[in-house]
Design a protein around this ligand. Structure first.
Ligand code: MLT
Length: 202
C-alpha cells in the first residue's frame, strides 16, 4: 500500500497508524499526528480504493452504505500490510495505535471488529459502525477514543453510541467525547484526543 514512514525519536512510544478520510492521502494527517505525539513513529497509509478520483479505504454503495465484501477484503489487506511494514521498518507490530478520521476511522474500527491483535489502541475521529450483526473478537482492554459531533450529518449520534456500546461489550476501554460541531475535525477535539493519548502513552 502507498505510505509514508517516519521513524520517531522515542522508542518507548507506540507507532501511530494514520488513516485519512475520503479524498485525503498519506500526507493529510501528518500534522495531526505530530500534534498528538511528535516523538512516535508514524506510518501513514493511502486507501487503495478510488471514488471519483478520491482515495478511500473501502468501497461504499452510497453515502453511509458500505460494500461489506470490499470492507472485509480491504480490512484484511491493511492487516497484512501492517505485518509487512513492521518487518520492513523494524517497529513493534504489537504496539500500533491508529489515528483515523471519517472513512479512515471506519477502517480502523473495522480492524478492531475483525481482529483481536490488529491494534493496541485507536483514536477514531467521527467513526461509524463499520459492520453490524457480527460477533466481535475479545478486545481485552484495548483503549479507544471516539471523537463525535453532536451535529454530524454523516455519523449520527446513534452511530457513535452504537459503536461505543459494541466496542465496550467486546472488552475495549472506550472514551467518547462530544463536540457541538458537525463532521469536521476541530481543535478542541484534537486537544481532547491528545489529553487521552497522554493519559495512556506519555
Ligand atoms: C464512509 O464512507 O466511510 C463514511 O461515510 C465517511 C466518509 O465519507 O468518509
Amino acid at each position: 500500500m502507498q505510505h509514508i514512514f517516519y521513524k520517531g525519536t522515542d522508542e518507548t512510544k507506540p507507532t501511530l497508524l494514520l488513516l485519512h478520510g475520503t479524498g485525503g492521502n498519506e500526507e493529510s494527517l501528518i500534522g495531526l499526528a505530530k500534534e498528538i505525539d511528535e516523538t512516535a513513529n508514524i506510518l501513514s497509509v493511502r486507501g487503495n480504493v478510488l471514488e471519483h478520483g478520491m482515495p478511500r479505504f473501502f468501497r461504499r454503495l452510497a453515502e453511509g452504505v458500505f460494500d461489506i465484501e470490499d470492507l472485509i477484503f480491504r480490512t484484511k489487506e491493511l492487516y497484512g500490510f501492517l505485518q509487512e511494514a513492521a518487518q520492513q521498518y523494524g517497529f513493534d507490530r504489537q504496539r500500533i495505535v491508529a489515528i483515523g478520521y471519517s472513512n479512515g476511522a471506519n477502517i480502523a474500527a473495522s480492524l478492531l471488529f475483525h481482529y483481536d491483535d490488529a491494534l493496541a489502541g485507536a483514536i477514531l475521529h467521527h467513526p461509524m459502525v463499520p459492520r453490524r450483526g457480527i460477533e466481535l473478537p475479545q478486545l481485552s482492554s484495548i483503549p479507544v477514543f471516539i471523537g463525535a459531533g453532536t451535529n454530524d450529518p454523516m455519523c449520527t449520534a446513534q452511530e457513535s453510541e452504537d459503536l461505543e456500546t459494541l466496542l465496550t461489550s467486546a472488552g475495549a476501554k472506550v472514551t467518547t467525547k462530544w463536540f457541538d460541531f458537525g463532521h469536521q475535525l476541530t481543535i478542541p477535539e484534537v486537544h481532547a484526543a491528545k489529553e487521552w493519548y497522554n493519559s495512556i502513552y506519555a
